[in-house]
Design a protein around this ligand. Structure first.
Ligand code: ZN
Length: 203
């Protein structure tokens, strides 16, 4: 499986990092070795002094497809979960400044923390999903899927022109504003429509 990630998909987050709002999705990937599952701790790697959390809605692909039309994209997923796109911001800034790829900052071991999923048809409004991240009990991020610049159907249509999507692939859909640094001992809790889906410790 592969993990496809979208960058700068919320205008308020693009602004907080001083990035322009893109007119097509910013796409990068993480290998399957980046994944950590719910309740497993996240270990801060030795090569960075500035790891940020980015809470994101994550969709799991349920059908194989390429060149998927946007109007049919909803047939390729049926659940949504929460994940954290851990980012070594200090490394990313250096790579960005040189125009180099982001993998060392974004795709390292443990950089894709996944929680549980919920069926989309169990949600009050699958087109407007509310989610929050709490760090040590304090709310640090709040997002609504309706604020994405490119929604999941547009993302699938775009990404599948370049990469075949296969069952089990994950799509991280970008983070809202409020990203920040994690420290050893931090407790991160992600909630979707009030339900805790992600719960992890930083070590
Ligand atoms: Zn992200």
């Amino acid at each position: 499986m592969k993990i496809v990630c979208i960058g700068r998909n919320y205008a308020d987050h693009a602004k907080e990092l001083g990035n322009a709002v893109p007119d097509e999705p910013v796409v990068f990937m993480k290998p399957s070795s980046a994944m950590i599952h719910n309740s497993k701790p996240f270990f801060i790697p030795a090569f960075t002094n500035d790891v940020h959390y980015e809470l994101e809605l994550v969709y799991r692909i349920t059908n194989n497809g390429r060149h998927i039309e946007e109007q049919f994209a909803h047939r390729y997923y049926d659940s949504v979960g929460l994940g954290i796109d851990f980012t070594a911001r200090d490394i990313q800034q250096k790579l960005k400044a040189k125009g180099l790829p982001w993998e060392k900052a974004k795709a390292f071991d443990g950089s894709a923390a996944m929680g549980e999923y919920v069926a989309l048809d169990s949600l009050p409004d699958p087109k407007n999903i509310n989610f929050q991240l709490f760090k040590n009990g304090e709310e640090v991020q709040t997002g609504q899927s309706s604020h994405m610049l490119h929604d999941i159907d547009a993302i699938i249509a775009h990404v599948s022109q370049y990469f075949v999507l296969t069952v089990g692939d994950l799509i991280f859909t970008g983070t809202p504003a409020g990203v920040g640094k994690v420290e050893i001992g931090d407790h991160l809790l992600g909630k979707l429509e009030g339900k805790t889906l992600l719960d992890l410790r930083v070590k």
